[in-house]
Design a protein around this ligand. Structure first.
Ligand code: SAM
Length: 245
């Protein structure tokens, strides 16, 4: 997969993309990530990327010309037929694991990080394929949102994690993951559940599944409406609900 991130502050993203899992994925050739400085697509002495909003009002707006030129240049240089152009914006589709999985199928995506009041509307209407928000809050710029999207997508690419690692994770099904414990088996009088020390893999799997159901009921009951559960799992949840009330 190839990911281009267009930004006026490439330095913000250098750290996150040079560490840990993303670095390993890049070193293995699973992903190629390019930080593209929007100012390289300006033609004036001051490398100006923003301007005042028509109609007046607070703040600056990212100009259309450098963004169109940057995307067109990346498009021309791309070996892939049709890169997906994504604008990070609080007004976009809410990012979640489902969308991360969808994006992990794409060969080449171009992420545009907004700044200030955002981007000229013509970028949104004529250049961008999709708008993504990482949540209902406003960040100063799209860089941290891009880092979130890249992290969530890259870890899903084949070969980045061991296959089993993502199989039980929260949101793989619409359920939260079960709790984890590591050594020591007793810490400050707090004991690891004995089933996890039993070596009985069937019992461990059953315990984990039930913990997952219970956690989801406690923390995110809305997810359960979409979960594909066995009849006995539904009965288990009904029993839990009765105990809670
Ligand atoms: N004036 C815009 C509005 O009210 O919708 C907010 C602009 S925000 C200060 C600057 C940039 O940060 C945006 O253009 C976008 O790229 C990025 N951004 C802010 N919040 C975001 C979010 N929740 N998800 C994705 N990107 C976000």
């Amino acid at each position: 997969m190839k990911i281009d991130v267009i930004t006026i502050f490439p330095g913000i993203l250098e750290g996150p993309f040079k560490e840990s899992m993303i670095k390993r994925a890049a070193d293995q050739g699973v992903v190629e990530i390019n930080l593209v400085d929007l100012r390289d697509y300006t033609h004036d002495q001051h490398r100006q990327v923003d301007d005042y909003p028509y109609g007046g009002g607070y703040g600056m707006v990212l100009k259309p010309e450098p963004l169109f030129e940057a995307v067109e240049d990346l498009n021309n240089r791309s070996g892939s037929a049709n890169p997906r152009v994504i604008l990070l914006t609080p007004q976009g589709r809410r990012f979640d694991q489902h969308l991360a999985r969808e994006l992990a199928e794409i060969e080449h995506m171009i992420l545009i990080c907004g700044r200030y009041e955002g981007v000229d509307e013509r970028v949104r209407t004529a250049l961008v394929d999709e708008e993504i928000s990482i949540g209902d809050f406003v960040l100063t710029g799209g860089e941290l949102a891009a880092a979130v999207v890249v992290d969530a997508v890259v870890r899903l690419l084949p070969g980045v994690l061991a296959e089993e690692a993502s199989a039980d994770e929260s949101f793989t099904e619409p359920l939260l993951e079960y709790p984890h414990y590591t050594r020591p088996s007793v810490y400050r009088d707090m004991e690891v559940p004995p089933v996890l020390l039993s070596g009985n893999h069937g019992e461990i799997a059953r315990w984990r599944r039930r913990q997952s159901l219970q956690r989801t009921l406690e923390k995110r009951p809305d997810l359960l409406e979409k979960a594909d559960l066995l009849p006995e799992e539904r009965i288990y949840l009904e029993d839990l609900k009765k105990k809670q009330s």
